[in-house]
Design a protein around this ligand. Sequence first.
Ligand SMILES: NCc1[nH]cc(CCC(=O)O)c1CC(=O)O
Length: 336
Amino acid sequence: MIIRSGDPVSGQALRIGTRKSAMALAQTGDVARLLRASAPDLAVDIVKFETRGDQDQTSKLLRHGGKGGAFVAEIREAMRAGALEAAMHSLKDVPGNEETPGLVLAAMLPRDAANDSLVLRAGLSLETFRAARGKGFMIGTNAVRRAAYLHRLFPEATVIHFRGAADTRIAKLDRGDKQRLPDGGMVGPADALVMARSGLERIGMTARIAHDFSVDEMLPAVGQGIVAVECVETDWATRARLAKIDNVQSRLSAEAEREVLWVLNGHCNSPIAGHAVLAGNEMTLRASVLDETGRFIEVTRHGPANRPRELGRAVGMELLEKGAAEIIARTRPDEH
Ligand SMILES: NCc1[nH]cc(CCC(=O)O)c1CC(=O)O
């Protein structure tokens, strides 16, 4: 079968579902631009969803499969029901320990910056923060991975629960808002936040970055910086369109990193980090499992770039041999 762009027979547009945060819309805009460039006649419709993940700001979310899972689930339902051809996801938010029968991540965009960045409250200087080595400062995040790395990097700082979309999080930081904890208590205000550089780039807020953590200082979440597009496995026309914008390096890195999650049975809010780097025919995969009490296991292995799953499996198994399962079990969301 020949797939023609803008398919004049059906005249159908490709409908992509997305959350409606500023970051998600920027990402979906990137997907649409690449699709149109690869098939100039293709009509791309962006369908905005307010997911349960955006509405539910309570701790229930963590108990029910985690934040990431909630963001993803509703858009998938719409796609399975035929209301969409494709769904845009931040790969980082796509659970790595679940089967998704009938769906496939058919495109991954070129990876943006994978590292995390430090954002300071307006008026607070990096010099002041550095001189205190974090002492007396409150740093906000709701990712257990970032919290554990912050305890390693700034043992004298206090890490506090801080949530919301990227742009509203920074607004709350600058206003000095207190945060409601899952148990109903209040904490804060925060002096600093840790956020993905890629997200800040997408919402045009890189001017607020006080410091970029290197990926070695703070190993990123699996898939961080990669935008993925999912579709129905047997929707061959959509798969052909998405295949045109698929980036091989992102896909190979994602396969290696996500295999670690699969081996560790990591959930959305696991203290698991993983990052693959490609150099010629070789891939280097580093992954870690850590907690806020200072337990830290890190594994680095090299392998052929065209066998990413094997490398991910080897790294995951070595983490398990070194005791990763016990650390992960202690941070299960349903135990929060
Ligand atoms: N959980 C929200 C989320 N999902 C993906 C990103 C960053 C963008 C990316 O990884 O591509 C973010 C924001 C953040 O972590 O600061």
